[in-house]
Design a protein around this ligand. Structure first.
Ligand SMILES: NC(=O)c1ccc[n+]([C@@H]2O[C@H](COP(=O)([O-])OP(=O)(O)OC[C@H]3O[C@@H](n4cnc5c(N)ncnc54)[C@H](O)[C@@H]3O)[C@@H](O)[C@H]2O)c1
Length: 351
């Protein structure tokens, strides 16, 4: 049996989705929906997609399709995934879950009532180094992880100005929701800690509104009416029920030496670790010495493609989603809390 997948959105990231789905033995991209005719035609041709629609509602009405991958501007994530779930499709929704927690909750509730697989596409978890580190952590080699730092800071890497990415109404937020979501999710996954109790955060918009820091990402057309009104830097301290803490730092634009810095650094009672590059830091056998180890030969639980393969395996009952809906709700709730803490000028506590 071949699972037939509809691709909704034919922008910058849709190509990756189509490649991964078509590489999977037992699935194929069978339709695309995209409002822009050039991008729709180009994706259809490149991946030999049999059907093409202008409107996503018409794609969802196609009874031949089992599942959809959604890569649309953030404001469409919740409405389109809700409609897809109601149309009886399995859903792979690219990050972020939604504009806010309330929207994400509605999608999650709808998915709970159906029997279809909903997964948010957190591809960073599938990186070979992240999988290797997770396997080491799961073996207990770090001991109790009581502190972590997660950061993804670009020096001049805003998505294209004048597109939906930089306008709050369509994006829901700037660097925090766009790339912060990846490293927040990755850190929580590695810490395996999903019980935050409080958040203190601050977001800053220092460059984009002055026309500074544009990068190249995004295929959507520019629209002069879409003003840059989101943050280009964010920082937060998250505290957990077991007293562990996580510091998060994210930028699209920042005066710093490197063009791009990202890592998750973990500190445990038995050892420390970093992800980029993957290293373990632990006391050596000889007293007073310290060892830096480069782990090798760790068996990876998932093929690298591969949120798409994990999602398709889950649809076929061969695996469970690595990234659960409950975890993605927690990530969205934390992002909401960082924005709320920044706006109110105080810590946000969870009950
Ligand atoms: N997981 C990742 O690493 C990753 C990377 C990049 C983007 N993303 C996410 O994927 C989503 C898409 O990002 P992108 O970079 O491809 O953006 P993009 O702007 O390049 O593409 C968005 C596409 O959606 C189309 N579109 C807009 N409204 C539509 C509608 N009503 N019906 C059909 N098509 C419509 C646009 O015409 C455009 O082609 C975003 O939510 C983004 O956050 C994830």
């Amino acid at each position: 049996m071949t699972l037939k997948v509809g691709m909704i959105g034919a922008g910058a990231i849709a190509d990756d989705h189509c490649n991964a789905i078509n590489r999977y033995d037992g699935a194929a991209v069978a339709a695309v929906a995209e409002i822009n005719p050039q991008r729709r035609d180009a994706l259809q041709k490149k991946h030999s997609i049999p059907k093409a629609f202008e409107q996503w509602r018409n794609l969802l009405a196609d009874q031949d399709l089992d599942a959809v991958a959604i890569a649309l501007p953030n404001a469409l994530h919740a409405p389109v995934s809700l409609a897809a779930i109601r149309a009886g499709k399995h859903v792979l929704l690219d990050k972020p879950f939604a504009l806010n927690y309330a929207q994400a909750r509605r999608v999650a509730d709808a998915a709970k009532h159906g029997k279809k697989v909903l997964m948010i596409g957190m591809n960073q978890r599938y990186r070979p180094d992240a999988q290797a580190l997770k396997a080491i952590i799961d073996r207990g080699e770090l001991g109790e992880i009581y502190h972590a730092q997660a950061y993804w800071c670009r020096r001049a890497g805003s998505p294209k100005f004048g597109t939906w990415f930089v306008n709050r109404k369509l994006s829901g937020g700037g660097c925090l929701l766009d790339i912060g979501v990846h490293y927040l999710d990755l850190a929580l996954h590695l810490m395996d800690n999903w019980q935050p109790v409080s958040v203190s955060g601050q977001v800053y918009g220092k460059f984009g509104h002055r026309g500074i820091g544009e990068g190249k990402w995004g295929k959507s057309d520019r629209d002069a009416g879409l003003k840059f009104n989101v943050e280009d830097f964010a920082t937060a301290l998250i505290k957990f029920r077991n007293h562990a803490t996580l510091e998060l730092r994210v930028s699209w634009v920042l005066h710093q030496e490197e063009a791009n810095r990202n890592d998750v650094e973990l500190h445990g009672t038995a050892a420390g670790a970093s992800l980029a590059p993957l290293k373990l830091f632990r006391p050596a056998q000889r007293a007073g010495e310290y060892e830096v180890a480069l782990p090798q030969d760790v068996k990876l639980p998932h093929r690298y493609e591969n949120r798409q393969a994990n999602w398709l395996d889950a649809i076929l009952g061969k695996d469970k989603p690595l990234c659960t809906v409950e975890q993605s709700l927690t990530v969205q709730r934390l992002i909401d809390a960082i924005y709320a803490s920044s706006a109110r000028g105080r810590e946000v506590r969870f009950r």
